[in-house]
Design a protein around this ligand. Structure first.
Ligand code: ADP
Ligand code: MG
Length: 703
């Protein structure tokens, strides 16, 4: 019997109504699909604990014991029932609150053996573990399913729960499926891979993942299934990459000529860092190869990516090719334009700017100069990928702070010349290696892992709003010393009136408290010109305090600014906080980042604040972000997406398995790049099956 052909309605316990729900909520239509619905946790029913063994808040335990005391405390909705439970050695407090008391109280008897089941919590008041609303069943009388191993728990949606398709019902269906596995299911991984990587076979894995007898069985099963999932992602990515390399011929740029050299020897105001040199070499090798470069350049904020971009653009110019540099905001495009124009003074390089604010008349001239080749470097926002913008010979496209650009937008660049341009994507939001390998599996990665010399690490502190007065004093002092200050408010969606009010209030607060200084303000609702005027005030040092939203998050460069205050820091993600912090620490002075939050903070927020105060290392922060939030939420990944959804593997925690799976996929492709060998048919089949998921993403266009 082929379980991947067996309609789920034929499985015991699934009628047509449930089948429909399973299809809609979980995408399950066959018995095999169902087996690939994995538990999200397991509860150890294999043993009984002693109270003294409890040492963790997050693990379910079961304890055998008796009730040795009971009292009701408080009245009304403050009422609580406290039960003293003994395992013969120690006692622990069980608590029920208000409405729950009525139903539990009649069930409690002395001199009776109970099985207690629940998750302990550590009480802030008594400093002891306690149970809140645990399960309490008379021993032997329970009509629950009894397990000797680990009990699996499944995620179910609200709709499923409402139709009684809860975790217990799913568990029952899985139990009914188990006998069907007895004759084995077809393998999805080759025998050599199973052997070499010591993996369980699929049949066993499917048995153990649902009903393991031990933690070891569970872990082995899950490791195999994670491997499989990550293997197919890698196989897909690498195979696509292989195909691309065969087809993507691009301009060969072998020359290092006068533009690059005279910049390097005459215009460069400082020494390149070793990391910058290395990265420029890596890029140069790509440009010379005749194949399209697809490179991701990662470098922490302030590591000097703009300079690398410029020098690569000069290489392109030396080879008669034009470069476009795309920035995600007008502020940034402006800034790049100015920086680059200044850098190339006297070189005979023509730099132009194209943004949403460029007038029709200016555009017309620009278009002409682009098509006749007068312009060497075009800096702009996404305005420059519009169809009307044509180049004489676009050889290189540099995309700064890539995460704001969609994959679709990027691919539009292809139509601008006969051959596709080389692509350099620059990002200051470092992506953990696991994620880079998965999301950008077909991009080469260069890393600038060194900051220009002489930078003092930014000092980060965390204050709560009660401490504003102290901070005002500090701001005064810094400004007295000639420094400038950013204050950022979390305007998350640019349309929310309320949040804008926050910013307005903040602006007024600073105007009131610092009447002797000039204060400027920038937010996303302003016209580009207004924004620019305010930015200029700050950049020229005419304003001392800049009150802003996250529009200043990316790339803004004012070296004299030494203080970054983030209000409501709890509302920002780690990567965003790190980006904001990167706006200071760009000059020679000691810089500070002050994170303001309310006093009451969740565990997660406290963790985030701690990481920020502990490290300046963007890669460590990205890892932590991935651990805390999971890859789905990680900035910069939503648009790129994964070729298929992950059901069991986690990019946050399964880096090691990912490495192995990638290695295995590489080995398969090294022997058989097109998977023509009949022995590899299994991979083709499986990829085909995953195909509908692949098609739903824009994966094919990322290149
Ligand atoms: P990011 O990587 O964040 O884009 P930038 O390119 O804006 O960083 O560089 C930050 C600052 O460091 C700029 O003022 C730039 O001129 C300066 N810079 C870049 N490279 C070097 C270097 N090798 N030595 C000294 N300063 C540098
Ligand atoms: Mg930058």
């Amino acid at each position: 019997m082929d379980l991947s052909q067996l309609d789920i309605t034929y499985v015991q316990g699934v009628g047509s109504r449930r089948a429909e729900l399973l299809k809609r909520e979980l995408g399950v239509s066959t018995a095999m699909d169902m087996l690939y619905v994995f538990p999200y946790k397991y509860i150890d029913r294999s043993r009984f604990y002693l109270i003294r063994e409890i040492d963790d808040e997050d693990t379910f335990v079961q304890i055998r014991g008796t009730i040795v005391g009971m009292q009701t405390i408080g009245v009304g909705n403050k009422e609580r029932l406290s039960v003293e439970f003994s395992d013969g050695y120690d006692t622990i407090e069980l608590l029920w609150f208000s409405a729950a008391i009525k139903y539990i109280k009649p069930k409690l008897k002395a001199n009776t053996n109970y099985i207690l089941f629940g998750k302990p919590t550590f009480s802030k008041y008594t400093h002891r573990y306690e149970f809140i609303h645990p399960d309490l069943d008379v021993e032997g009388a329970t009509n629950k399913d009894t397990y000797h191993g680990l009990e699996p728990y499944y995620n179910t949606s609200e709709k499923m729960k409402n139709s009684m398709l809860n975790t217990k019902a799913i568990r029952k269906i899985m139990q009914n499926l188990m006998p069907m596995l007895q004759n084995g299911v077809p393998e999805t991984l080759g025998a050599d891979i199973l052997n070499r990587y010591h993996l369980l076979n699929l049949t066993q894995s499917l048995q153990y993942v649902h009903f393991p007898q031990s933690f070891q069985q569970k872990d082995q099963a899950r490791a195999r299934l994670k491997f499989e999932e990550l293997f197919y992602i890698q196989l897909h990515i690498l195979r696509t990459a292989n195909r691309k390399i065969q087809y993507s011929e691009a301009y060969k740029m072998p020359r290092v000529g006068k533009f690059f050299n005279s910049f390097y020897y005459n215009n460069l105001p400082f020494q390149l860092t070793n990391a910058q040199k290395r990265v420029i070499h890596e890029i140069r090798d790509d440009l010379m190869s005749g194949q399209q470069m697809n490179r991701l350049l990662q470098g922490d904020v302030g590591s000097g990516k703009t300079l690398v971009a410029l020098m690569v653009a000069l290489l392109a110019a030396d080879n008669g090719a034009q470069t476009c540099i795309m920035a995600p905001t007008e502020i940034l495009a402006n800034q790049h334009f100015q920086t680059i124009s200044k850098f190339v003074e006297g070189l005979g390089i023509n730099v132009a700017l194209l943004t949403g604010s460029t007038t029709k008349k200016q555009r017309k001239i620009l278009h002409e100069q682009l098509t006749d080749g007068t312009i060497n470097i075009l800096v702009g926002t996404h305005a420059l990928i519009e169809d009307t913008v044509q180049f004489q010979h676009l050889g290189l496209a540099i995309i700064d702070e890539q995460h704001r650009f969609g994959v679709k937008q990027r691919s539009k660049l292809w139509d601008k010349d006969q051959l596709p341009p080389h692509i350099l994507v620059m990002t200051a939001t470092p992506i953990p290696r696991t994620l880079a390998m998965t999301v950008y599996g077909d991009l080469q990665v260069s890393v600038i892992d060194e900051l220009p010399p002489g930078r003092k690490p930014i000092m980060t502190v965390h204050y709560n709003i009660q401490q504003h007065a102290r901070i005002n004093e500090f701001i005064h002092k810094q400004i007295q010393e000639g420094r400038q200050v950013y204050v950022v408010y979390p305007l998350i969606t640019e349309n929310k009136k309320l949040e804008l009010l926050d910013l307005q209030n903040g602006y007024e607060y600073f105007c009131t408290n610092f009447p002797q200084y000039k204060i400027c303000m920038v937010h996303g609702q302003m016209k580009a010109q207004e924004k620019d005027a305010q930015m200029q005030l700050f950049a020229r040092g005419e304003a001392q305090i800049m009150v802003a939203t996250t529009v200043i998050e990316v790339g803004v460069n004012v070296p004299n600014a030494s203080v970054m205050i983030v209000e409501n820091a709890e509302r920002f993600g780690l990567s965003q906080l790190h980006q904001l912090r990167g706006r200071v620490g760009r000059g020679a002075d000691q810089s500070y980042c002050i994170l303001m939050t309310s006093q009451e903070l969740s565990k997660d927020t406290r963790k985030r604040m701690r990481i920020m105060t502990e490290t300046n290392d963007g890669f460590r922060i990205a890892e932590a972000d991935l651990q805390l939030r999971g890859p789905g939420d990680l900035e910069g990944t939503q648009q790129s997406g994964l070729p298929f959804e992950l059901h069991i593997a986690s990019l946050a925690t399964d880096g090691e398995i990912l490495n192995l799976a990638r290695q295995a996929a590489k080995e398969v492709l090294a022997n058989d790049p097109t998977l023509e060998n009949p022995i590899n048919q299994v991979y083709i089949d499986r990829l085909k099956k995953l195909r509908p998921q692949i098609d739903r993403t824009d994966w094919g266009e990322i290149s």
